[in-house]
Design a protein around this ligand. Sequence first.
Ligand SMILES: Cc1cc2nc3c(=O)[nH]c(=O)nc-3n(C[C@H](O)[C@H](O)[C@H](O)COP(=O)(O)O)c2cc1C
Length: 169
Amino acid sequence: MKKQRILVAYGSKHGATGGIAEEIGRTLEQDGFDAEVRPASEVQDVTGFDAVVLGSSLYAGHWQRDALRCAGRNADALAHRPVWLFSSGPVDSSAERHDIPPVPGAARTMEHLHARGHATFGGSLTSETPGWIARTMVKHGKGGDFRNPERIRAWAHEIGNELRSQGPE
Ligand SMILES: Cc1cc2nc3c(=O)[nH]c(=O)nc-3n(C[C@H](O)[C@H](O)[C@H](O)COP(=O)(O)O)c2cc1C
């Protein structure tokens, strides 16, 4: 049987969200899907995919521009296939302790695309992260890598299970 094709697209400024997307892609591949991971800025057409996972890092309570634009230009096609969204943000353990709802912009995107689910994962801000704001935050002890591969994999497995139980649309 032909494998279902899943696109994992991400909007990222400094790479942390790309790492989460890669983990999701790897997990879906292990679960028997054909997963492709791409920066949201490069995604012009999603019609070749059976399902899409779209994620973004959070900056001042907003999704990153590339992810929002990707959602906008593909809105029609995305609304007609299974879609899940994720956000990468908190540089503390809050995402481990409780479910963090989507920021208002991501919630609107969820609604437009009829997305099936959303997860907020811990983000990453380290001394490697470029930019003076990041540097200042790290200097004041507000940094660290809070991405949790286990939680990311568990979420990707849930997506895989749901897609497998339904088969291609
Ligand atoms: C200037 C600045 C603003 C940020 N604002 C938020 C925010 O509003 N909410 C949040 O959860 N994380 C926030 N973060 C943390 C980032 O979302 C986190 O570092 C993320 O993992 C970065 O992903 P990226 O490297 O893919 O861009 C902020 C980080 C910086 C440097």
